[in-house]
Design a protein around this ligand. Structure first.
Ligand code: ZN
Length: 398
């Protein structure tokens, strides 16, 4: 039986064992590696599939979200039947079916300043599949404390970025972004993304994680070949999928970095450093969701558009006032009455949820939002104003 098992394993991995950079010893190294994937979304899906297929010994999946229909355009771990189920549980089942050799740990929760060290310390490599600055700062700061490499990825529209941050050998994420960029909230919200771009970057992340795994463990054979595998430490890869132009920018360690310099100012995971992560834990009211039909049937409502002012100037719902999400996070006092009812909206309904959580913290108790935001509002109004032929004329697609 033992013989059969070995043959089976060799058969599964033969195409990568035949690579001199990997070989039988490299395959054992992969088996001994533990990788935590933070976020099982657009980046985590392809990355996890390839890591499990490659025979990584242990994979951790931390994600507090459930599968939504809108995820399926890029999150290839899930299918239509998974709608509403916990992402980490579905991901585990799918990956285990792909390769039962891999041990998989599920964490159906969001990575937070409270659990980050406790979860991350069980792994050798962290793969960052998150989509917001607060989570990326949190992963970075915890990884610097734990001396762990982070395989970074980010996607927006047709652009993808990847790097490896490892303070021991090069710059960290805070060497690249010292503080939260002013435009961060707008960028990470609803810019949209081509699913295939998430696939490309997720696969780059899986490749980088495998290269790191081959470097981490002690090696006696094929030392030269392994040295030829150079992880993206100190490099930021930027892909423009519109032209398929790929550029590699050198990034260096910042002597004044708040986390990885000789005199760091951030030495613990203080919740104040990651405001978005903490705000996400706040529950929303039961009657929070409001659809566009309900809005149009109501009389006067106090509408607040939480998109940025440039978006507001382009178009907005008549009668609404503009209080951008970025100003909500910075303003300590709001000139609104906490006892009044307000209906928030943004482009697709994501930022209005974030805004509501911030306002609830400030004492506002009568909040609702338009689900689907401006997008749904426009669809609803265009249906009532134009015929289908007029719409087709405006969007002539074969
Ligand atoms: Zn740094």
């Amino acid at each position: 039986m033992v013989y059969k098992r070995v043959v089976f394993t060799m058969d599964r991995y033969q195409r990568q064992i035949s690579l001199p950079e990997i070989g039988a010893q490299g395959q054992t190294q992969l088996k001994q590696t533990r990788i935590l994937c933070v976020g099982a979304g657009g980046l985590g899906s392809p990355a996890l599939l390839y890591l499990a297929a490659a025979g990584i010994g242990e994979l951790g999946i931390i994600d507090g979200d459930t599968v939504e229909l809108s995820n399926l355009q890029r999150q290839v771990l899930f299918n239509t039947r998974d709608n509403g189920k916990h992402k980490s549980h579905v991901a585990k089942d799918r990956l285990q079916a792909l390769n039962s050799d891999v041990t998989i740990q599920c964490y159906p929760e969001r990575l937070s300043p409270k659990n980050a060290i406790q979860v991350m310390e069980n792994y050798d490599i962290i793969l960052d599949g998150t989509d917001n600055f607060a989570s990326k700062f949190l992963i970075n700061d915890a990884a610097v404390q734990l001396d762990l490499p982070v395989v970074y990825g980010s996607i927006s529209q047709f652009e993808g970025r990847a790097s490896v941050f490892w303070a021991k050998k090069g710059p960290c994420y805070r060497c690249l972004y010292a503080t939260l960029p002013k435009t961060a909230i707008q960028n990470c919200a609803e810019a949209g993304v081509l699913g295939a771009v998430a696939g490309i970057i997720g696969c780059i992340q899986a490749t980088e994680a495998i290269k790191l795994a081959l470097h981490l463990q002690p090696r006696t054979e094929s030392f030269q070949q392994v040295a030829s595998l150079k992880p993206l430490i100190g490099n930021l890869l930027i892909l423009d999928a519109k032209t398929m132009h790929i550029e590699n920018f050198k990034i260096s360690k910042q002597p004044s970095c708040a986390v990885c310099s000789q005199h760091p100012t951030i030495t613990s995971l203080d919740e104040a450093n990651y405001p978005d992560c903490c705000a996400l834990d706040i529950p929303l009211p039961i009657d929070f969701e409001l659809n566009v039909h309900e809005i149009s049937n109501r009389g006067h409502v106090e509408l607040i558009d939480v998109r940025e002012s440039n978006e507001w100037k382009l178009e907005h719902i008549p009668g609404a006032q503009n209080i951008p999400l970025s100003s909500l996070t910075s303003q300590s006092e709001l000139t609104l009455d906490p006892e009044k009812k307000y209906v928030l909206y943004c482009q697709s309904g994501k930022r209005s949820q974030q805004a509501a959580k911030i306002m609830i913290q400030k004492g506002f108790n009568h909040l609702q939002h338009i689900s689907g935001g401006m997008i749904q509002w426009k669809i609803f109004n265009s249906k009532s104003e134009y015929s289908i032929h007029e719409m087709l004329e405006q969007n002539p697609t074969p």
